[in-house]
Write a protein that binds this ligand. Structure first.
Ligand code: ZN
Length: 234
């Protein structure tokens, strides 16, 4: 059930028996020459909608612009909310949903730069909300995926596989590359990103993905989120 497609009465009826809401959050962020800027948003939204279908829980509208202030802001097309702005947006989402009776909040996160703002937002509201629980899942961190995916990074084979499965028409296979990039153990200012981190916008060992791996990654992620809903509601 997508909140955007429900009427007020349907929300009221839902809240008589349930107070869980699933919140997809992604990014508008470069993902190399080959993948769409919406990679993280498409992934989070499709996972959230599938989890909503399987659990019969409400899915809030996707927050489709994330915090990309480090690294990928240097590349064309990226739209970034600063960490403090994104935290404020999430706090207002949570407050609105809480106001109407939602008490269990599951973030389906598609982008690494959102992890800290989500956590900060939860820390803002947790002392004043009552009887509420919060969970955050980022698919690439699920241990259920460990045998399919070993830290394949930004715009790497994990995300290539995912988009080949979810939106194959948006993958420019002729522009996939093999540049290997590794994050150093320090952070850099934006002027140093293309000199020290990545020239292609990829932070990974490979873009060698495939559709079948994407299907498995998606399915296992959805299963992990369904379990997280159960945990949140136990
Ligand atoms: Zn991504």
């Amino acid at each position: 059930m997508e909140l955007l497609k429900m009427s007020m009465r349907e929300v009221k009826n839902y809240l008589k028996n349930n107070d869980t809401v699933i919140i997809p959050i992604g990014a508008t962020e470069e993902h190399s020459d080959a993948l769409p800027l919406g990679t993280d948003t498409i992934t989070a939204e499709r996972m959230a909608i599938e989890v909503g279908k399987r659990t019969k829980r409400v899915v809030a509208p996707t927050i489709n612009t994330g915090n990309c202030h480090s690294i990928t802001y240097a590349f064309p097309g990226t739209i970034s909310l600063s960490p403090s702005t994104l935290t404020a947006v999430i706090v207002d989402y949570l407050k609105s949903l809480y106001k109407h009776g939602f008490r269990k909040f599951l973030f389906v996160n598609g982008h690494g730069g959102n992890v800290s703002p989500i956590r900060c937002a939860i820390d803002e509201v947790a002392p004043v909300f009552k009887n509420s629980r919060f969970a955050v899942g980022s698919w690439w961190k699920f241990k259920e995926l460990a045998d399919l995916y070993d830290n394949a990074g930004h715009a790497g084979r994990g995300e290539v596989s995912m988009i080949m499965f979810l939106a194959p028409n948006l993958v420019h296979e002729e522009w996939l590359t093999e540049e290997k990039t590794e994050l150093p153990r320090y952070f850099v200012s934006e002027d140093l990103v293309t000199k020290e981190i990545t020239k292609t916008g990829i932070i990974s060992d490979s873009q060698n993905g495939d559709r079948e791996t994407g299907r498995k990654l998606f399915e296992k992620s959805v299963e992990a989120y369904v379990n997280l809903v159960k945990e949140l509601e136990r």
